[in-house]
Every structure is written in C-alpha cells, then in structure tokens.
Design a protein around this ligand. Structure first.
Ligand SMILES: C[S@@+](CC[C@H](N)C(=O)[O-])C[C@H]1O[C@@H](n2cnc3c(N)ncnc32)[C@H](O)[C@@H]1O
Length: 291
C-alpha cells in the first residue's frame, strides 16, 4: 500500500458533500465514543489540575466530535475546536445536546501552531492519519501542550492477542462475528467491522483501505459468509471506499514506543468494559508532557 496521505483533508471527502458530518449518526460504539468512554474522558480531564483550572487558557479539541463537544461544554471547560471543515462543524452541532463553549478554528490540526494549552482532547483523531505522519504530529502536539499538560485521546489499537491474526482474513471469524451482530445490543459495526479491519490491515503501514474492505465484504457475501442484511447495514461505509479512505490502526506497543520517543509520558490507560466486541481495542490514554 502506498504511503499517500488518505485523510479527510487530502481526499475529495471535504469537497464532495459525502461528509463524515452527515454519516456520524450512522456509526455506533466502538467506532464513536460510548457513554462509558465519555466517563473515562471526564475522569481523565478531572485528573489533571491544569484541566480543572478555569483561569487557564482554552484547551483544544482535535476535530469536532459531537460527544466530546457536549462533554467539554457540560464541564464548562473553554476550548477551541480545530476542524478543517466549517460544514462538518455545523453538521456535528446538529447532533449535539448542548451549545456554546467551543469556538471553531478552521485549520488542519496536524499543522496547527499556537500558544501551549493545558489540555488537548481527541477521539481517534490520529487514527485518521497515515502512520508515517504520527512522529511529527505527536511532536507538534507536545509543543502545543503546557509543561504538565495532558493529551487525552482514544485510540483504535491492536493488542498483543490480535497481532498474529493481522492481515489474515478469516472467513470463519467474520462469520462468527456476523452471528454476534444478531444480538440486539451488538451493532454490526461493533461485531463485524473491526474483525474485517484486522484481516485487511497492512502489517507495515497499519492501514486499512476501505476499497479493499468493500471488495472483501462483497466477496464474503458471494461466498455466503455474510448475509445480504449484514452487507446492507454496512452500506454507508461504502461511501468511504469511493474516496479510498484509509484508517490507521497500529499495535499498542508501537504507539507507546512513539510516545516515549516524542517525550510524552503515558500516565494512565483505560477502556470501557460494557461487553461490546472490540472495546478493549479502543482504550483512552492520559498522556502528559513532563513538567
Ligand atoms: C467527528 S471527527 C470523527 C473522526 C475522528 N475523531 C477525527 O478526528 O477525524 C471528524 C471531524 O474531524 C475533522 N478532521 C479530520 N481530520 C482533520 C485534520 N487533520 N484537521 C482538521 N480537521 C480534521 C473532519 O473535518 C470532521 O469534521
């Protein structure tokens, strides 16, 4: 797979109207943060004394994730919302329960320069970027943090247990996951999509291409592993294949080595435990810039 930066910003995504803003309500946890995840974010925000200090400068939100905007507004925290698309920002506002607080700063957050902030929050924001960009982006985030400041970020990651199966599509495992998605509390997204990602991820770039993903889904349907119903409930994701959107999901140890090299300390890692498949693959990190 090429190292080309297939992000929301370099793809046709922002211009073509098929925006993540329009699709966001079709996703379910663990693709978007669950209420249990938001409790962890809240807990981590409270942990950092810098975060609680109302007199300090506004924090930063990477992208305009509506659940995080609601959480920050509910905690009466001032923040700047870094998003490249005003349109997405406005669409996401419609999904919010609260209003106010977050000021849109229209920019590419990966290159944002500004004064250091007490905290930065993001939901899978780094997972949208190609792996080769992560060291520079983490170095920039470090510069954007005050000394002792916190980066609170939920990542999509592979665990040690997953590593053997990376890049090996197992129709049997996908079939079993499809069965699980018939349980009323488990969405098809939670049950199948991550299982497919695991089978399709490139072992070097850690990228999953939505084009390959769509083709695999259609092949599995032809082979009778996935039902028509399974496939039609994932059809909204096919729109991302149109622009060859790619997601980066690295192994946990690789992420932690990068953080260490960037001079950032992992202070705590937690994941929600509500019994959904793959939620252990989506931990929330409390990361510090040392004092
Ligand atoms: C709701 S978040 C959901 C996905 C993920 N949390 C993320 O950050 O991309 C998506 C929003 O982040 C914005 N976005 C994605 N990458 C960006 C970047 N590098 N700079 C600024 N905004 C970005 C998109 O415009 C979109 O509104």
């Amino acid at each position: 797979m090429s190292k080309a930066a297939h992000t929301f910003l370099t793809s046709a995504w922002l211009d073509k109207g098929a925006t993540i803003g329009r699709l966001w309500s079709s996703y379910s946890p663990p693709a978007r943060p669950s209420s249990a995840d938001l409790k962890i974010f809240r807990h981590f925000l409270a942990e950092g004394s810098n975060c609680a200090d109302q007199s300090s400068s506004p924090g930063l939100l990477l992208g305009c994730t509506p659940e995080l905007q609601d959480l920050l507004a509910g905690l009466a925290l001032q923040f700047d919302c870094l998003d490249a698309s005003r349109r997405n920002y406005l669409l996401m506002r419609r999904l919010r329960a609260t209003s106010g607080q977050g000021r849109l700063v229209k920019c590419n957050w990966t290159h944002y320069r500004g004064r250091p902030r007490p905290w930065i929050v993001g939901d899978a924001a780094l997972n949208m970027l190609p792996w080769h960009m992560w060291p520079a982006v983490l170095a920039n985030l470090r510069c954007l943090l005050e000394r002792g400041g916190s980066l609170i970020h939920r990542f999509y990651l592979w665990r040690d247990e997953d590593e053997q199966a990376l890049g090996l599509l197992s129709p049997k495992a996908v079939g079993a996951a499809s069965q699980a998605s018939h349980e009323p509390h488990i969405s098809i997204y939670a049950a199948i999509v991550f299982e497919l990602y695991r089978g399709l991820v490139d072992r070097t770039s850690y990228q999953v291409s939505f084009l390959l993903w769509r083709d695999a889904v259609l092949r599995l349907q032809q082979a009778g592993v996935l039902s028509e119903e399974d496939v039609s409930s994932m059809r909204y994701l096919f729109q991302q294949a149109k622009v060859d959107f790619r997601l980066t999901i690295p192994p946990r140890a690789r992420l932690e080595a990068l953080l260490d090299r960037a001079g950032l300390l992992v202070e705590a890692v937690e994941f929600s435990d509500s019994g959904l498949p793959f939620e252990k693959n989506c931990p929330i990190y409390l990361i510090r810039r040392p004092v």
